[in-house]
Write a protein of this length. Structure first.
Length: 396
């Protein structure tokens, strides 16, 4: 069962509950006739010892909200208790006050307490040996060691572990923020590049529309079949352009956060999946042995799908060249409603996973997601496998 919220860790209810439990425990000691433990004044009424006990228990309740006040009240209470004779219950509760002061107080507090308790222990040991004239006088310093040094050292250890845990949490959060920033930058860069490629997607179709429309308007005496042929080309180009525009419209409406400005002087990319043979030849010349497997009958692809498939193959082969063992298998599968591309390569010796920032994988995934495709990449049986399926028909 979970405790109530007001009794959770770090709450005032938890501190008050601990103070109340300390008071109840002290009253039990009192009922067992264990106080005073030492009597300097035999005629002193024993109920008076309950006053220092109550004060030191109140100090426990202030351990988080007012650490210095808690330490001051506890110290005054235990000194008064010792002046009257000393009781076990008050001293035991005071060890909790010392512990809390080291854990929740400022750093100089535990340093000061450590010096004082060690000094009192040394002083008590020296006084005992002088008074008794024997090494057994060392026992005079043991109460200070047990009730002073041990709680302080325990509190210091807990504080150091707590501070170390907080530092590790902050470091982990910072690392997570940096990873997220790298991911966003990679997505932004990929979307910016796709935005530049959008120029080709629209320009090709609009050029065809403009050419055939100009032919119809400028050439006199065209018969109906020629006019209909030109109009069909205009219609097909318009429909394809609109369909491919819908696939990338999200990129124009929702630019990536923090994306850098696009360099207007950079040439737009005109790569197509039909040019993959030239890409394979360049990769082979760079030292990667590529085996190409084709399935299905190649057919015309939407320009957005064509560009994305080519870029994914290019990035996968580049990764295989950088991180693989010198060979790769390329799959190009044409389906009635989509196209599947895949690259499968063995991982180089001593590199069980791909190294690097991972921006290439993020970019490939982003391209597939924008086209409503499926993307997977990861190790499989000692090899690195990339599989992407891009639909060529609009989603219903």
């Amino acid at each position: 069962m979970r405790p109530p919220t007001w009794l959770g860790a770090g709450t005032a209810g938890r501190d008050l509950m601990l103070a109340g439990a300390s008071l109840i425990g002290g009253l039990v000691f009192y009922g067992l006739n264990t106080q005073p433990q030492f009597t300097w004044q035999p005629g002193l009424p024993e109920p008076l010892f309950l006053l220092p006990l109550a004060v030191v228990c109140a100090a426990v309740g202030l351990r988080r909200v007012a650490t210095r006040t808690s330490l001051t009240l506890g110290t005054v209470a235990v000194l008064v208790d010792l002046a009257m004779g000393g009781s076990v219950a008050t001293i035991l509760v005071y060890t909790q006050v010392l512990y809390d002061a080291c854990v929740f107080g400022p750093a100089r507090t535990w340093r000061w307490l450590l010096r004082v308790t060690v000094g009192l222990s040394v002083l008590g040991t020296a006084a005992g040996m002088l008074l008794t004239g024997d090494w057994r006088g060392v026992g005079f310093g043991m109460p200070t060691v047990l009730a002073g040094i041990l709680p302080v050292l325990t509190g210091i250890s807990v504080r150091q572990y707590r501070d170390q845990a907080a530092t590790e949490r902050a470091r982990a959060e910072q690392t997570a923020r940096l990873v997220e920033l790298d991911r966003r930058q990679a997505v932004s860069a990929e979307r910016a590049r796709m935005a530049r490629e959008l120029h080709d997607v629209i320009a090709n179709h609009l050029s065809a529309v403009a050419i055939h429309a100009t032919a119809v308007l400028s050439v006199p005496g065209l018969d109906r079949s020629q006019v209909e042929s030109a109009l069909w080309v205009i219609r097909e180009s318009s429909v394809q352009g609109l369909g491919e525009m819908r696939q990338m419209i999200g990129l124009l409406r929702e630019p990536a956060e923090g994306g850098s400005a696009v360099d207007a002087t950079e040439e737009p990319t005109r790569a197509r999946l039909s040019e993959v043979d030239a890409l394979v030849d360049r990769v082979r010349a760079a030292g990667l042995t590529v085996r190409v497997t084709r399935r299905g009958e190649p057919h015309a692809l939407p320009v957005g799908v064509d560009l994305a498939a080519y870029r994914i193959v290019q990035e996968s082969l580049t990764n295989a060249l950088k991180h693989g063992a010198g060979e790769a298998d390329l799959l190009l599968a044409y389906e009635p409603a989509g196209v599947v591309v895949g690259v499968d390569n063995p991982v180089g010796t001593g590199r069980g996973t791909l190294t690097g920032a991972g921006a290439g994988l993020i970019g490939m995934r982003e391209r597939a997601v924008l086209l409503n495709g499926r993307f997977s990449a990861g190790p499989a049986e000692g090899r690195w496998r990339v599989r992407v399926r891009l639909p060529t028909e609009a989603a219903p």
